[in-house]
Design a protein around this ligand. Structure first.
Ligand SMILES: Cc1ncc(COP(=O)(O)O)c(C=O)c1O
Length: 453
């Protein structure tokens, strides 16, 4: 039996979090003069029609139409946690995909992309009026709040998350990532020796990781590592933020590694320490700006209060488009679509890597990604093997020669140098890869003081 009662969230809610009030609920039959909603009769749209690409080129185009009730819902302000039908659909998906029965221990909330939702769990310090549930958690685990909190970040890490955190005075504690994702031995060492390694810093309460096809490293954490990390999360009373943006871009969908959200309910241990982030950005559309968080109700309630006090809700209109499609597909159809997307990226990876080998063997190394859209190239910029600085190369010779990549330094929580660059194969054609890697090769050779053959 899973231990669900150890985390007493009520004690954890900050004073600010408690000040946020939910709006009044309308019971059936009530006449409401409450909401400042515009009258949808004045909106100029009568239907939204969405054409689907045929699976087989040349087949007839199928059109989905959003009209009448669905349209008025899709054009109006809606529930903070997303349109009820879409929220419900995603709960069903999570139940099936992550084998988590709807037992009341978790729920889903939608946001304007997973980045929006990550933002809502950001630690906020010094700004009383802006506290989030994370600060709530700060109270929880150390019975103290805030200033100068410590957060464990897998490193290198998605620069967008660093961007969210940059504004705040937090200690970003780096946990190294290797070819198999975050290293549990290094995590344990950090946690077990925290006071000596980081004297005067508060003990961390949060661990952020991108377990599948990580951005930028491309690494996917195998099962044993995930189990070891989850054990440490429990042992040290951490909350794990599972940013799984590339979950559906796993190249071997028949052998998926279970998510942390799934694993925490598998072994009878404590549940409620994983908050999971998913996104439609990589599988339906990034412009729709829709993502969803899944986790303990107590925390998501506070995140929703954050939304209702800031951007109110994600777009109802794009949600209406998504739910009409998902209802047509069903969960099986959705998963079949994600498999096609993953197969597309796998093909891209194979093409891209083959050409990378042709031009860069001997001049760069990388781990072949099992998911996602990135190669993280370790450039051999010096002949004697000392670490080079990719950032100088990218901003000088690479720019001159006409090839762009993101230097590894952009993914470091704290300062440092990096010999890595991140290159993405999502948009690259074969021709782009040939030209781009041949130019990168020239840059590396130049940095090494060699001439191209
Ligand atoms: C690891 C990771 N998390 C989150 C995001 C943001 O996704 P969304 O478009 O859902 O905000 C990205 C986007 O590239 C990402 O790579």
């Amino acid at each position: 039996m899973a231990e669900t009662h150890e985390i007493d969230w009520d004690d954890y809610i900050s004073e600010t979090g408690k000040r946020w009030q939910p709006s009044a609920k309308k019971r059936p039959g009530m006449i409401s003069f409450l909401a400042g909603k515009p009258n949808a009769d004045t909106f100029p749209f009568s239907a939204i029609k969405v054409d689907l690409k045929p699976l087989i080129p040349g087949d007839p185009v199928e059109t989905l139409t959003i009209e009448a009730d669905a349209l008025s819902e899709g054009l109006q302000y809606g529930a903070t946690a997303g349109l009820p039908a879409l929220n419900h659909w995603l709960e069903n998906l999570q139940e099936v995909r992550h084998k988590r029965p709807k037992d009341g221990s978790w729920r889903v909330t939608l946001g304007s992309g997973s980045q929006d939702l990550l933002n809502k769990v950001k630690p906020v310090h010094n700004h009383d009026e802006e506290r989030s549930w994370l600060q709530v958690l700060s109270n929880a685990f150390c019975s103290l709040v805030n200033n100068g909190d410590s957060i464990l970040m897998e490193t290198p890490v998605y620069s967008g998350t660093l961007g969210l955190l940059n504004r705040f005075t937090v200690n970003l504690i780096e946990v190294p990532v290797d070819m198999e994702g975050m290293d549990p031995a290094a995590l344990e060492d950090t946690l077990a020796n925290f006071a000596t390694k980081y004297p005067g810093k508060p003990f961390p309460k949060l661990l952020y990781t991108i377990p599948t096809g990580s951005n930028p490293t491309g690494a996917t954490a195998p099962l044993e590592r995930r189990k070891a990390i989850l054990a440490l999360v429990r042992k040290y009373n951490l909350i794990l933020l599972e940013d799984d943006a590339y979950h559906y871009l796993s190249f071997d969908p028949d052998h998926l590694v279970p998510s942390y959200f799934e694993l925490e309910a598998q072994d009878g241990g404590q549940i409620g320490r994983v908050v999971r982030f998913d996104t439609f950005s990589k599988i339906l559309s990034s412009g729709m700006r829709l993502g969803w968080a899944t986790g303990p109700k107590q925390l998501l309630d506070v995140m929703d209060l954050h939304s209702s006090n800031t951007n109110l809700q994600p777009s109802s209109t794009t949600q209406a488009m998504v739910i009409v499609l998902l209802n047509k597909w069903g969960i099986d159809g959705f998963l079949a679509h994600t498999r096609r997307v993953a197969a597309f990226y796998k093909q891209k990876r194979d093409m891209f890597e083959k050409i990378a080998h042709k031009h860069l063997d001997g001049l760069a190394t990388w781990v072949s990604p099992e998911a996602g859209m990135f190669l993280f190239l370790n450039l051999k910029l010096t002949k004697d093997g000392t670490p080079g600085d990719s950032s100088a190369l990218i901003s000088t010779t690479a720019l001159e020669k006409g090839v762009l990549a993101v230097p590894g330094i952009g993914f470091l929580p704290n300062s440092g140098i990096s010999s890595y660059v991140r290159v993405s194969f999502s948009l690259a054609t074969e021709e782009d890869a040939e030209t781009g890697f041949s130019r990168l090769r020239e840059c590396i050779l130049e940095a090494r003081g060699e001439h191209s053959a």
